[in-house]
Design a protein around this ligand. Structure first.
Ligand SMILES: [Fe+2]
Ligand SMILES: [Fe+2]
Length: 530
């Protein structure tokens, strides 16, 4: 590597981490990070240390996919012990914050009985003092409102927890991110830099603009003994050049799951960016190398890790002009602000939208459409579908919206009229509440209740109601988690008998009977809207 110009390789895997675990959105805000470190990471690590063989067996059992099992084999106990000990000693302030949330909930249950809450402020647990307002709902159920912005400015938002793990990737399989810590080893470079660092942008820009060896070494800060590992991450080969869309009308391309690129001659929109790297594979796909240099709008539908992925967003940070997110339920532990999450990760161009807000740019309009359901009946507002009107075409990206309220969609139809193209997720079984939100609960939820409250999208009946109501001409079932490059965040494996496949097949069949173009997307797809 003596020459002065090296490009980051298309298969250079750069995983963002928080405290040694893969960075998903709930590991960024101080309160939800504290809860997940205390109630998810520590529990999983303790369980693995006690029974590594059980974990090694469980990850091979298809019925237990996505469960709380460490996917590191049975021989990494000492390393997991070291990570656990570091967490217990160095993250004590976050563990105290997590305990304070448990204690405050208990205090409110015992003493928030309908009279004024003012006397309880003196009894708010220390770590939360000054960071909460105590409130009732209109039925006298006590709760608290987190002052999230203050928490981000406190010791509880600890950028030193953030780092990256750099290597190359040659296949789709990766351990599930919610259950498996990323341990240091010889095949990876650990890069301790906060997500907001300008060096992060410079590294990713090296995919397009090459750098010299000294700059690479300076940015990555690689110790001399690990310099050899840099050779595999860079190449003298420039990336394939991307031809911006110059046709009439618009073109959309499916990148897998809920990630769709919509292009006109003047505007590029990328929905729910979750992308594959570029490597030899049996399944043809668009990758990071198939994106335009400038993405005018990135639209995020909701705060699930298969729809907002920091690994992808950080890689694209300098290329995204505007990132649009739905507004949260202010101060609710279960619904942290996506705007604050992104801003605290170095994004300076976040636009928050609420239901029916409209953005208009270069003749294209983007309207936030109410998204109900799929969040286990929790009060979560940071979810939105998007209606895009482009060159006379209307496309509704509904993501995981679950049509639990047909009357709501009838009201929406009264406002927006018919929709030409519908993109609809139909993961209609869904995981139980505890899968994502369990660490936030401070009281155990009965299993039957947990399993009745699911992260489930629309089934056949609910989907067909939307198709008929909006008079759709084209229907694409997407966001089904079937692309294997999403395995690390989804762990979904369907067969032809799986309910989401049966239900979506029925919907596609019914659409065909009505003369509607319909298919379930998988891998890649390209359609021109003339
Ligand atoms: Fe979802
Ligand atoms: Fe999803």
């Amino acid at each position: 590597m003596n020459k002065s110009h090296y490009y980051l390789r298309g298969d250079a895997l750069v995983e963002p981490l928080v405290d040694g675990w893969y960075a998903w959105a709930y590991l960024i805000p101080p309160a939800t990070a504290a809860r997940n470190i205390a109630e998810r990471h520590i529990r999983i690590m303790q369980s693995y240390i006690n029974a590594p063989s059980s974990h090694a067996s469980a990850v091979k059992n298809p019925k237990l996919q996505g469960g709380p099992f460490v996917d590191l084999g049975r021989d990494r106990v000492e390393e997991v012990k070291a990570l656990l000990n570091r967490t217990l000693s160095e993250r004590s302030h976050l563990l105290a914050l997590s305990r304070a949330i448990t204690d405050l909930d208990a205090l409110l249950r015992e003493q928030g009985l309908g009279h004024s809450l003012e006397a309880l402020y003196d009894h708010v647990p220390g770590p939360l003092q000054g960071y909460v307002e105590l409130v009732y709902d209109l039925n006298n159920h006590p709760s608290f409102r987190l002052l999230e912005r203050l928490l981000y400015r406190s010791k509880y938002y600890d950028r030193s927890l953030q780092s990256f793990r750099v290597s190359t990737i040659s296949g789709d399989d990766r351990p599930f991110v919610l259950s498996t810590p990323r341990l240091p080893d010889d095949s990876h470079i650990d890069w301790p830099v906060p997500f907001e660092s300008a060096n992060v942008d410079r590294l990713f820009e090296m995919r397009t603009w090459p750098a010299g060896l000294s700059e690479i070494k300076e940015i990555l800060g690689v110790p001399t003994q690990k310099e050899d590992s840099l050779f595999g991450l860079f190449t003298e080969q420039p990336p394939p050049s991307y031809g911006d869309y110059r046709g009439n009308g618009a073109r959309w391309r499916y990148f897998g799951h809920a990630c769709i690129l919509l292009e006109t001659r003047g505007l590029n929109i990328l929905l729910d960016p979750v992308l594959s790297y570029t490597y030899e594979t049996q399944i043809s796909r668009y990758t990071y190398d198939d994106l335009p240099q400038r993405i005018d709008f990135a639209l995020i539908t909701h705060n699930h890790q298969d729809h907002i992925l920091f690994e992808t967003l950080l890689r694209l940070r300098t290329r995204i002009s505007n990132i649009v997110v739905p507004r949260n339920t202010l101060g609710a532990l279960q619904d942290p602000s996506l705007k604050l999450i992104l801003e605290n990760c170095g994004f300076r161009n976040v636009i928050e939208v609420s239901d029916l807000d409209e953005l208009v740019f270069a003749g294209v309009s983007i309207t936030a459409i109410p998204f109900v359901g799929e969040h286990a009946d929790l009060n979560i507002s940071s979810k939105s579908a998007y209606l895009v009107t482009i060159d006379g075409h209307t496309l509704l990206f509904a993501a995981d919206s679950c049509n639990i309220s047909p009357r709501m969609y009838e009201h929406v139809h009264d406002l927006i009229g018919n929709v030409e193209v519908l993109f609809l997720g139909m993961e209609c079984d869904g995981a139980p509440l505890s899968w994502i939100y369990g660490a936030l609960l401070t009281q155990k939820l009965e299993r039957s209740k947990d399993h009745s409250r699911r992260l489930a999208g629309s089934n056949y009946e609910r989907g067909m109601h939307l198709v008929d109501l909006f008079g759709c001409k084209e229907v694409y079932v997407y966001a089904m988690g079937q692309e294997p490059w999403l395995n690390h965040v989804m762990k979904v494996k369907y067969t032809e008998e799986s309910n989401p496949i049966v239900q979506s097949n029925r919907l596609i069949g019914a659409c065909h009977e009505r003369g509607i173009i319909a298919e379930r997307l998988f891998g890649e797809k390209e359609i021109f809207l003339s």
